[in-house]
Design a protein around this ligand. Structure first.
Ligand SMILES: O=C[C@H](O)COP(=O)(O)O
Length: 239
């Protein structure tokens, strides 16, 4: 299992790396849960991060606009990242979501070393409303994406483990694995709730709020917090 730590700027990268993050995830929390950052920031973070540590970039909490999504994904791919994450906010049906994700996969596939595409659904999808997480593996597999992540859109109230039961999390992981998809879990995971997410057996768990001091937009990633989360993940993974 790997620990993904979301950073908003280059000054947070050092702390995330010193704390032994396995994946550096670039996003812009000021623009949403999966807010897209600026190409200059993504490129700088890729440059600062050792080659052996993958960098991912989010392209936004996407409306149902496959053209916009595919263009944004190609832009992120050109910044040299290993993963591109797409938030499926504006789609509710499997067919719509598959069309959007297929265009994203097609767009990045033109590069000699294309990034892996990660489709993201929200655990609070029924409140948005958006594609339900249980449909995500089917969408990702049909579209030719590499993986699936569940996150939360609302960051002020309930987190992943409040919104989904251990059985639902486990089922999601099983569906992903059956389809040969990388599988990630995130959404306001804390020191206390991280082990519950790990128990479901995903390939990665993602954090930001728990790794920073202050609020999600203005706070900065702290090495000690990342270190602690990594050790919690490692011990929970062996439960
Ligand atoms: O991809 C992971 C997210 O950045 C998680 O953020 P959060 O822990 O603030 O919900």
């Amino acid at each position: 299992m790997r620990l993904l730590v979301s950073v908003a700027n280059s000054s947070e990268v050092r702390a995330a790396l010193l704390g032994k993050a396995d994946i550096i995830d670039v996003k812009n929390p000021a623009e949403g849960a999966l807010g897209a950052n600026f190409p200059r920031v993504i490129k700088e973070i890729r440059k600062l991060t050792p080659k052996e540590i993958p960098v991912s970039a989010t392209i936004g909490d996407m409306p149902n606009l496959p053209g916009t999504a595919s263009l944004a994904a190609l832009g992120a791919a050109h910044c040299g990242v290993e993963y591109v994450k797409v938030g499926l906010k504006g789609v509710t049906e499997v067919e719509q979501a598959t069309t959007l994700m297929r265009e994203v996969c097609l767009a990045v596939s033109e590069l000699p070393e294309p990034p892996e595409v990660i489709a993201t659904a929200y655990a609070d999808a029924s409140l948005i409303p958006a594609l339900l997480p249980e449909h995500l593996p089917e969408v990702a597999a049909k579209a030719g994406a590499h993986g699936c992540l569940i996150d939360t859109l609302g960051k002020s109230s309930q987190g992943l483990v409040d919104l989904m039961s251990p059985e639902e999390l486990k089922n999601f992981v099983v569906l992903c694995k059956k389809a040969g998809l990388l599988c990630g879990l995130a959404g306001s995971l804390s020191k206390d709730t991280l082990p519950l997410a790990c128990k479901a057996g995903p390939d990665l768990v993602g954090v930001r709020t728990a790794a920073i001091n202050g609020d999600r937009v203005n706070g900065l990633v702290q090495k000690e917090k990342v270190e602690e989360l990594k050790s919690i993940m490692l011990s929970a993974g062996s439960l």
